[in-house]
Structure formats: C-alpha cells, structure tokens
Design a binder for this molecule. Sequence first.
Ligand code: KIV
Ligand code: ZN
Length: 565
Amino acid sequence: MKSSSISKYRPFPPVSLPDRTWPDQSITRAPIWCSVDLRDGNQALPTPMSIEEKLEYFDMLVRIGFTQIEVGFPSASDTEFHFVRRLIEENRIPENVTIQVLVQAREHLIQRSYESLKGVKQAIVHLYNPTSTLQRRVTFHNATREDTRAIAVQGAQWVAQYAALAPETEWTFQYSPESFSDTELDFALECCHAVMDVWQPTPEKKIILNLPNTVEWCLPNVHADQIEWMCRNIRDRDSVIISLHTHNDRGTGTAATELGLLAGADRVEGTLFGNGERTGNLDIVTVALNMNSHGIPTGLDFSDLASVRHVYERCCRLVVPERQPYAGELVFTAFSGSHQDAIKKGLDRRDQDRAASTEEVPWAVPYLTIDPQDIGRSYEAIIRINSQSGKGGVAYILDREHGLDLPKTMHPQVGKFIYDLADQWGREMSADEIGEAFHQHFANVTSPLDVTEYELIHLTDERGVVECRATIIHQGEPKQIVGRGNGPINAFVHALEGGGLKDFKVTDYRSHAVRGGSDASAAAYVQLQADDGRLLWGAGIDSSIEMAGLRALVSAWNLLHPANA
Ligand code: KIV
Ligand code: ZN
C-alpha cells in the first residue's frame, strides 16, 4: 500500500486486561465442535449446494463425528427450509446429533424456523443481531445501544415463546451478538445478559453464547483478551457455553480460535477446510488435527482426509489449496535435499526404534508434525525429486519405490546424477522416471564392456577358490577370459586382468534381494577405484546374485571408461 492509502486506517483498540491468564494456559481437551459448513460455508458459495448435495455433506459430517451441525437458515429460502424438513422427515439425524438453525430477531422468520423444525427430537435455535458500533451506525442508521439491545431481547422472547409451543422437542437456545469482536465489550456483555434474563439458563439447561469474530479485524491475542474478559464477566458462567466463531480475514482464524480456547471458551464453530464468507471461517480440520498432533483426542475422525476433501470439493465446487495445512497436496512433500535426508533418517530411525521396543514409540520425524498415514496419506508422496533435491531423497525413492537399497557411499553419485537431470529437464521427476534413469545410467551398463556368459567352477583341490570363465565383449569384440579368486567377483577381476582390462581395484561391494520386484531378482553394487584415484559405483540387477555382482562390476568399469571418452 502507498503511505497515502495507509493513513486512512486506524489501530485496533486493545483490551485492558493486565492480569490476563490465557497466555499461561494449555489446551488439554477438545471443545464442543459445531460445523457451520451447511450454513455459513454454504451461504458463501458462488453456487450454493443443492438439497441432494447438502444431504450428502450432512452424512459426511455425521461420519466425521460432529454432534452439532448448523444445517442452514430455513427461513431464508425454500431450499434451506426443505432441506431441514428432509433431514427430519427421512429420519436422517442420528440420536447423538443436534441440528442447529440460524435466524434473525424477526418474528415471522423465527416462526418459519420453528415450522422447519417440527417433529425434530432436539435442536439448537440460533438467534443473532449485529451489535458493533459500525453496524449500529451504518447498517442500522445510528441505532442506539438501547435499540440494539431491545432487538436481542425481543428476538429472545419470540424464540422462547415459539419453543414453548413445541415442548416435545428438546430445545437449546443460542445467541450471537454478531460482530462481537468490534462491539464494545461492556455492550456485548449487556446484550448477552439481557438475553439471559429472558432465557433464564441454569447449569442443567445451559444456553450457548456465541461470540463471533465476524470480521477478523484484530490480532488473535486481542481476540483472546476479549474472550477471557467475557468469560470472567458473564454472570452464571456455569449456565452458559461460551462459543467461538472466528473468520479468517487476517489469516489468523486458527490462532484466534486456539487462543480463544486458552482464554476459556467451551465450543468452536467452523467449517471443513475453512470455507466461508470472504477468506473463510475457521478451518476445523486444522484445529482438530493440531490437537491430535499434541496427543489430544477430538472426537472427529479425519483418518481418511482425502475422501472428506473429495466430497467437499465436489459439493462446494471449491479446491483445497496445495499448501492447506494437513489436507493440501504438497504439505507432506519435501523437495529440498536436506529435508529429504532428515525425513529419510527420521523414518528409518523410527522403524528401528519400533522394532526394538514393545511400547508405543512417540512420533518424532523431522519436518513431519504428524504421521501422514494417520490421515490416510501414504509415504509415497513425501519425497519428490526436483533440482533442489539431494542424495537422501533419491536414495529414499529408489529404496521405497523400487526396492533398491543403495550403499550409503553410492548416494552422492546417484543423487547428483538425478538432480542434475531434473535441473536439465527443468521439472520434478516422478518415481518411475527416477527408477528408469537409475537403471539406464548405473545398472547393467554394457558399453564399452559387456559380460554375456559366465561359468563358476568351485575347485575341489583348492578350498574356497573359484574359477570364473566368462565371455565378454569389449568394444564390439567377443573374448573368452578366465581367472581364479576366493569368490566370484575376485575371480572375475583376475579374469579381466588376464584380458588386459584391469586398471582398477575393487573398493566396496554389496548385494541384496530386490524388495517388491515382480520376479525374484538380486541387486549388487560394486565400487571401483581407478588407477588415477577416481571412485565410481556401478549396479547390476539379475536373477542370479552372482551375475548381478559381475554386472555391477562391469557397470562400474564402464562408468570409469565411458565409451566416448
Ligand atoms: O460471522 C458471524 O458473525 C456469523 C453469525 C451469524 C454467527 O456467521
Ligand atoms: Zn460467520
């Protein structure tokens, strides 16, 4: 912004609460959750959900574990009204779930809302009226505090009167001083007390006071002060449930909610993935999984987050951003080499610790706040390779995706080759492309030298000595070579020596069965040191472990003697 623009803005007034206690609190248990997807979320959609979509979404919210669901604004449209009717008439509301409807403080709207709820076993009727100075001055044409409080009181009376006409339903009343966070605190309290005078809550029959951060104008710590101030000053605190309803205009809806819980709130309203007016409502998925990541159960099950996201994206016609906490496509993916290396070490260490312990091993993997598998993500996507990636990431992909457990000292050579290739291509490489590049460049390299046949003879007169007879092709010329040694590799090295091809020494060797391969194959890795000091690894893959070793040696030899050098 230009400074000429900035001068029209004003600081947000802080709350005077020098003895605030919330900074010293911790979150130790989950709040009561209320999904407002089908009301606040839905009313913010360019194309609101159809009744069928709302029904599907409602079923999903129930499966996740929500026991309070704001289902709509039934007096606002026929769709909303008929949706509530279908829920009730088709017996779609489980015993443990309470639906909630929103209504303004206007009699015909309240009456219509009760009509929509006819026959429901239990329901929350949510009354609201805007209370902030700005709303009073602008929207309500300089309404006074008294005018505004009177609207709340009158609304509360109608809500109670119409409820009394349907005593077969178990009613809970909820009041929101809408735009609470920019309402003078003493006036918000006055409105809440005035409503309490009408509804007469008791510890057995509590009411919900929802304190909306309708527009997030202030820092989350200021919102926490507002909530603590209300929790301290509301009378009959044990007769009211204090509820948070944050929006995300400053991008801190999650922080405002979490600090609001520290400040004493009992309940949280929000939506999946934060759909809602403007920048959205609070994202309940984030707050709940944040709690899980600290070992706190929430009653909400996001173990198959991909399916939840799928229904959300289809019904809302919105897309969950790639960096959305927990749910975004890229949030468990590391491209950076040092992160990949640390994650690989963390996962390997965890596997070892778990194998060695009978107790639960606490989650502790660098860069991963939770185990992706706990929300239905696989490890496959964790490490992806582009030019920023390092040796650890490439080794991880070859290991987990292709069953090739490369020796540690081979990682830098292979890692550099692959990320140079990614740099050249200017894009990310898939796991298949990495496997293919590895096979082409490092494994079973056959030019300028190839080994086509071999025979190993265990000499009976010399214990432990084998003779290797091999057919090789060098620069297109077939040749028979023979050598003896104390193992196949050693014998083959002597055979190459006899053929005048030994200008190296073998410095390392290892082999293993290829994990998950379709046919039983073995992988071998041989490191050679050239007479000029260069060290290079090659790999061999074959159904015979011996041939895999010879191929690995030949691959390394070829890498030391590139055909066009
Ligand atoms: O954001 C808000 O203030 C609301 C109220 C109606 C609760 O959605
Ligand atoms: Zn809202």
